[in-house]
Design a protein around this ligand. Sequence first.
Ligand code: NAD
Length: 248
Amino acid sequence: MSKVMLITGASRGIGAATARLAAQQGYQVCISYRQQQETAERLVQEIEREGGRALAVAADVADEAQVVRLFEALDQKFGRLDVLVNNAGMLEQQMRLEDMDAARLARVFAVNVTGSFICAREAVKRMSRRHGGDGGAIVNVSSVASRLGAPGEYVDYAAAKGAIDSMTLGLAKEVAAEGIRVNAVRPGVIHTDIHASGGEPNRVERVKASVPMGRGGEAEEVARAILWLCGDEASYVSAALLDVTGGR
Ligand code: NAD
């Protein structure tokens, strides 16, 4: 039986690219999305047309009950889980810290941090040898913002991604003996729709001057790093924070 991968926020961007590549590499994929049902269903059909097996499930990762239901739907369809990609993430309009209120901070942390934590918890319950699982891998999609800090733009988002880095290191050690590897990718500036939420759809064009390789990245380039971390070629890699930034 081929391995099962769950990717959150997978209807578009880095998540969708990861789902496509995973299916091409023989994974069965569970595409979790928040709102874009039509796009997610189209992706499932695309994967099935190519001979793969996929399922789309709606879930807001910030809502614990929805996450629990997501994992139950996955159990029903696939009966196992080998890889979790905690990809769902968001940022809000660019602003300086003194203009941010606590409600914004709570929203940003709820999706990026709480969402990743509760999905990891549900995944560990299924993968852990202690619970009768076969082990597995978790990849958290962090951001280079966790070490650059995003000053004047998104220090809240950078702090949330910093929390994801810390969780990656701690959880990797906590579950290593149970056969689970936990790593993170930290993308730099990548061509996706996320920049529109920050109020700067063309952000990649502005920021690329600070990228040593002189260009923004593509979602597929991040997906390839994620797939490598998930797979057997990375069998001795855990607690790693892998920058995918064009050298930034
Ligand atoms: P994107 O906006 O295209 O994708 C983000 C996905 O997360 C979307 O499908 C969105 O619907 C989903 N999402 C948002 N809130 C959610 C919620 N509450 N529940 C479930 N899903 C939710 O952008 P992307 O660039 O593909 O982002 C993917 C990941 O990469 C994010 O974690 C983001 O922070 C990270 N990242 C992106 C960049 C970049 O430059 N694009 C850089 C560093 C890190």
